[in-house]
Design a protein around this ligand. Structure first.
Ligand SMILES: *Cc1c(COP(=O)(O)O)cnc(C)c1O
Length: 410
C-alpha cells in the first residue's frame, strides 16, 4: 500500500508541468493565520494582489481572481462574454484545447474546431498535436465569415499536453487582418509567468490562467484578465452566470475585497510569488525558463528520442514532451521512474496516452534539480530497455555549463 507520505528523505521530484514545485518561501507565507476576509488587514492583501497580478499579465485592465481551478476560469471567460448558440472558433493544438472546446459545446455554444492539415510520420493519429496554432488558417476562416457569425476566437497559448507555445500576436494579427470583430480569448494557464505573455500589447480580450504552473503556487486559484471590449461584451452576453459573473467581483475588488470568501491563504502565497517574480523581473523569469528548456531538449536530442513539438519555432519553455519508440508504454516507464527514483513525470494526455511523457521545467527548479530529473529519466529509459543514442545527462550538463545563468552574487 502506498503511504500518504511516501518520501522519507530528500525531496520528491515533482517534474510534471503543473502543479509545479512550490518554493519554501511561498509555503511559509501560506502558513500565516487565516484572517477575516472583511477586515482591514485583508484589504491590504487584497489590494496588493489585485494590482500586482496585472503586472504579470502585462495589463492595465482588471484581472479577476477566482477560488477555482483553471477549468473554472475557462468557464468564466465563455459565460461572461457569450450568448447561447454563439459560434466560437477554436484551434486543436492538443488535449487542453480539446477540453476547452468540449466545455464550450456543453455550455450551449456552437463550436468550430480547426486543426492543422498536414501529415506526421511519427504521430500519424495526432499531427496537429505537434504544432502551434496556424494563424493563417484562422485568418482565412474569418475572412469567409462575412456576416460575422463568429463571436470569439479561443486558443491555448502554452499547450501543456504537448509542449508547444503558440504565437498569440500572430492570432491577433489574423483577426485584425480579416477586420473581424470576434473577441480573442487565450488560455495561458501554464504560460503565465513562465513564457512571455502580453495581454494588452497582444490585444487579448480575455486571458485565462491558474496558480499551479508558472506562478509556483499550489492549485486553487485562477484568473480572467479582461479587456475593455470583454467588459462591454459582458454587459449584453446572455449565457447564465452567477458565481463567475465579473461585474460584482470587479466592483468589490476596487476596495480589495470579494463578494464571497476568497482563498485567503493562497492569496498570501500569491503575494509572496508576486514579490519573488517582481524582484527577479519578468524578462529574467522568461529567459530562465528558456534556458532550462534548451538544456532538457539537449538531453532528449542526445537520447535520440523525438520531441513532441515538431516545430522548433514554437518549443515550449515550460515543458518538453518525449515520444517513446512505437510499442513502448510511456506510462509503464513513468511508473518505473516514479517507483525507483521518486520522480513524477507528466502522463500522455488524450490522443498521446501511452506514447509520450512530459518533463516539466518550471516552478521551484534549478540547473541541478533539472539534471537530477534528466538522470532519473535516463536511468528509467535504460531500465525499460530503450536504446539511447548517447547520454542526455552529459548533454544537459554541457548545455548548462556553456550557457551560464546570471551569477547568484551579481
Ligand atoms: C493545467 C491546465 C488547464 C487546466 O487547469 P486546471 O487547474 O487543472 O483546471 C487548462 N489548460 C492548460 C493549458 C493547462 O495547462
Amino acid at each position: 500500500m502506498l503511504k500518504l507520505d511516501a518520501h522519507p528523505t530528500g525531496r520528491h521530484f515533482l517534474q510534471i508541468p503543473g502543479p509545479s514545485p512550490v518554493p519554501d518561501r511561498i509555503l511559509r507565507a501560506m502558513s500565516l493565520p487565516t484572517i477575516d476576509h472583511r477586515g482591514p488587514e485583508f484589504g491590504v492583501l487584497g489590494r496588493k494582489v489585485i494590482s500586482g497580478i496585472r503586472e504579470i499579465f502585462q495589463t492595465r485592465h482588471p484581472v479577476v481572481i477566482y477560488p477555482a481551478s483553471g477549468t473554472g476560469a475557462w468557464e468564466a471567460a465563455l459565460a461572461n462574454t457569450l450568448s447561447p448558440g454563439d459560434h466560437v472558433l477554436m484551434f486543436e493544438t492538443g488535449h487542453f484545447a480539446s477540453l476547452w472546446a468540449k466545455m464550450a459545446t456543453r455550455l450551449g455554444l456552437s463550436t468550430e474546431f480547426l486543426s492543422w492539415q498536414g501529415t506526421d510520420e511519427v504521430l500519424p493519429n495526432a499531427p496537429g498535436w505537434r504544432r502551434g496554432v496556424q494563424a493563417d488558417q484562422i485568418a482565412q476562416r474569418l475572412r469567409e465569415d462575412r456576416e460575422h457569425r463568429i463571436k470569439a476566437v479561443c486558443v491555448v497559448h502554452n499547450e501543456t499536453s504537448t509542449g508547444v507555445t503558440s504565437d498569440i500576436a500572430a492570432v491577433r494579427g489574423a483577426i485584425d487582418e480579416a477586420k473581424h470583430p470576434a473577441l480573442l480569448m487565450v488560455d495561458s494557464i501554464s504560460g503565465l509567468a513562465s513564457a512571455e505573455f502580453r495581454h494588452d500589447e497582444w490585444g487579448v480580450d480575455v486571458t485565462v490562467s491558474g496558480s499551479q504552473k508558472g506562478l509556483m503556487l499550489p492549485p486553487g486559484i485562477s484568473f480572467n484578465a479582461l479587456s475593455p471590449r470583454a467588459l462591454d461584451a459582458s454587459k449584453t452576453a446572455k449565457l447564465p452566470r452567477a458565481f463567475w459573473a465579473w461585474d460584482e467581483i470587479v466592483e468589490m475588488n476596487a476596495t480589495g475585497y470579494w463578494p464571497y470568501t476568497p482563498n485567503t491563504n493562497l492569496l498570501y502565497g500569491l503575494s509572496e510569488a508576486l514579490d519573488m517574480i517582481q524582484a527577479e523581473g519578468l524578462p529574467k523569469v522568461f529567459a530562465r525558463h528558456q534556458r532550462w528548456a534548451a538544456g532538457v531538449r539537449a538531453a532528449v536530442n542526445a537520447w535520440g528520442l523525438p520531441i513532441q513539438c515538431a516545430d522548433p519555432a514554437v518549443y515550449s519553455p515550460v515543458l518538453t514532451g518525449v515520444i517513446l519508440p512505437d510499442g513502448m508504454d510511456a506510462d509503464a516507464v513513468r511508473k518505473l521512474i516514479y517507483e525507483r527514483f521518486d520522480l513524477s513525470l507528466g502522463t500522455g494526455l488524450g490522443k498521446l496516452k501511452g506514447r509520450m511523457f512530459r518533463i516539466g521545467h518550471l516552478g521551484d527548479s534549478n540547473d541541478l534539480t533539472l539534471l537530477a530529473t534528466v538522470a532519473g529519466c535516463e536511468m528509467g529509459l535504460k531500465l525499460a530497455g530503450i536504446k539511447l543514442q548517447s547520454s542526455g545527462i552529459q548533454a544537459a550538463m554541457d548545455h548548462f555549463s556553456q550557457h551560464p545563468a546570471p551569477a547568484l552574487t551579481a
